[in-house]
Design a protein around this ligand. Structure first.
Ligand SMILES: Nc1ncnc2c1ncn2[C@@H]1O[C@H](COP(=O)(O)OP(=O)(O)OP(=O)(O)O)[C@@H](O)[C@H]1O
Length: 253
């Protein structure tokens, strides 16, 4: 479902991603775990065809991100922190317009909105204009919009950040419940407890490098630790890298 081979990305002289190779099967939540600056967003932006890699290859559900970006965009859903919504439209209108983009028929769209209303507890979010949303309301619509066409690959980049505990709980429960054969959810986070809760397998990134990949049990086993946080520190120690985040010199996010 996901095949990444020796992927690298440089911003000028700075290597944000270095020679990352990994594979992930459908039917699971695959975590990208790493501190700020690890390269998670860079990797996900490449998968979402928003950024071109400097070298290497990434294939999403059989489509190459460099050679078939349009096809990739048709089968992925993306949620990231900076996504805006048209302020004058209600949640329902936003979802309908996205469904139109994917060529969904109107009856199918209404059925899907009802399904998502139930799963994500959209409630009044559907009929309020986006300009009046709280952070949690906005995030619900951003997620519903990303999955309106039931994408084969769902990419969530720090999707829980900024949510209050209720919205966060709804999101994590939904991510777990949205697992199904043939769908891959890629879940990026720097919060170890979130990764522990929702991810079946994990890739641990630090300073643009892949430190380890495996199930949680495998990662704890190979580091001789009892939790992901301890496993992360042990992997950093073994790698000989410093604990600091690397930063692109001329880049201030
Ligand atoms: N456009 C850019 N130009 C220069 N450097 C960049 C650019 N975008 C990202 N970087 C740098 O690349 C590194 C990786 O950034 P990236 O956003 O991929 O990390 P991340 O793991 O998602 O962390 P965060 O959660 O902080 O975004 C960081 O050191 C960042 O400063």
């Amino acid at each position: 479902m996901l095949d990444i081979q020796q992927l690298s990305k440089r911003y000028g002289d700075f290597a944000a991603l270095q020679d990352v190779s990994l594979q992930a099967q459908g039917g699971q939540v695959f975590g990208l775990l790493g501190p700020n600056g690890a390269g998670k967003t860079t990797l996900l932006r490449i998968l979402a065809t928003l950024l071109r890699p400097t070298s290497g290859r990434a294939v999403v559900a059989g489509r190459d991100v460099n050679e078939q970006p349009r096809e990739v965009r048709q089968i992925i859903g993306v949620v990231n922190g900076g996504m805006g919504l048209p302020a004058r439209l209600t949640g329902r209108e936003i979802l309908r317009s996205f469904a139109g983009f994917y060529g969904m028929a109107s009856a199918q769209t209404e059925a899907r909105i009802a399904e998502l209303d139930h799963a994500l507890e959209l409630g009044r979010v559907l009929d309020v204009r986006a300009g009046e949303y709280s952070t949690g309301m906005r995030q619900k619509v951003v997620i519903a919009r990303a999955v309106i066409q039931d994408p084969a690959v769902l990419i969530l980049d720090e999707a829980a950040s900024g949510l209050d505990i209720f919205a966060r709980r709804t999101l994590l429960d939904w991510v777990a419940a949205a697992r199904r054969p043939g769908r891959l959810t890629v879940y990026s986070t720097h919060v170890m407890s979130e990764a522990e809760e929702v991810c079946d397998r994990l890739a641990i990134l630090h300073q643009g490098r892949l430190l380890a990949e495996g199930s949680q049990a495998e990662l704890l086993d190979c580091t001789g630790t009892r939790g992901l946080e301890a496993a992360f520190f042990e992997l950093v120690r073994q790698s000989g890298l410093s604990q600091e985040a690397a930063t692109g010199a001329a880049y201030a996010p």
